[in-house]
Design a protein around this ligand. Sequence first.
Ligand code: MRU
Length: 354
Amino acid sequence: MIKTVEWTNEGVRMLDQRLLPTEEKYLMLRSYEEIADAIKKMVVRGAPAIGISAAMGLALGASQSVGTSVADLEYDFKFICKVMEATRPTAVNLFWAIERMRGALQKAKTETHDVEEIKQRLISEAQAIFNEDIASNRALGKFGGELIADGATVLTHCNAGALATAGDYGTALGVVRGAIDAGKRVAVIADETRPFLQGSRLTAWELAKDNIPVTVITDNMAGHVMKQGKVDCVVVGADRIAANGDTANKIGTYMVAVLARQHNIPFYVAAPISTVDLATASGEQIPIEERNAKEVTHIRDQQLTPDGVAVRNFAFDVTPNELIAAIITDRGVARPPYTESLRSLATTRSAHAP
Ligand code: MRU
C-alpha cells in the first residue's frame, strides 16, 4: 500500500509528491510548522490527505506543547488550528478534520485534567481520522464500482487516488479499484492536469504501480477522445461539495464536465461524506485558491512564458450540479436533486463513525 502520510514515533512521515514520478522520497516532519508548510507547498495534496495531515499536525503540535495546564495546552492548540486553517482554502476536509480535533479536545477536557492523557487522545483522534479514511474509500469504491461496466474506460482528471488520501484505494480511483476488485476489467484515461500535473505524474504513477491500464492525455485532448467514443464515463474526486451538489475540484474539471454532457457521457463525482459541506449552499460560496504564477510559467526550473507577462493560476473550479450524474460517497450514491439526497446521506450516522 502507498503510504501517503503516516504517524510514527519520530514525527509525521510523508511521501514528497512534488518529486514523483522520478523520485520516491519520504520526508520526516517533526513539527506542526513543517506539516503546515508541506500542505502549502503540496508535498502532500488531495482533499482527504490534507485533512489527515492537518489532524496529525495538530496532534504533533499539541504533543510538543510545553504547557503544564489544560488551559496552556488549549491555548497552543488554538494557535496551531489557526496555522493549519491558513494553509489551503478550498478543500473542506481540512476544516472538517480541524473541527474533529477541536471536538476531541473538548471531549477529553471534560473527562480528564491530565495534560499527557489529553495529548494522547489527540494522537488517537488523528489516527482514527487516518483509519476511517481508508475504510471510507473502500466503501465508496464498492458503491461506485457497481456503476462501472465490465470493459469500461474511465476518464479522470487530477489525482484522486491513494496519493490524495491516506493511501490504499483513493476516491475516484477507489471507484476504479472497486470495479476491478469486483472482477471487472477497467482502463483509465488520465488527463495530464496542468499546471501541477497531478494526472501525468501521480495518477499514472500509482495506477502503473498497481498494473491498472492507464493512458495519459494532455488536458486539451479530452474532447477529441470523447468524440472518438473512447470514454465510457468520467469519475473525478472533489475538494468541496456544496449542499446543492455544486462541486469544487481541480481546475479543468468543469471543462471536462461540459464536454461529457456534450457527448452524453455520465460524469460522476466520488468523495467521502466529509467532503460534503452542508453549510455552503452553492458553489458560488466556495473559496477558490489562487496559487503562485510560477506553477504556470515554469515546469520545475524550465521557463515557459515570457518574463513579466500576466498570469492567473486558479487551483480549482466549480462544476454545477446539473452536469453531475451522481455523487458517490462512502454512505451510498446520491442522485439529483442533491439538496435532498446529500443532506439525507450526510445526516445518516456512518457505519464507522466514532
Ligand atoms: O491541488 P490538489 O492536488 O490538492 O487538488 C486535488 C484535487 O483537486 C483532487 O481531485 C481532489 O482533492 C480529490 S482528492 C481525493
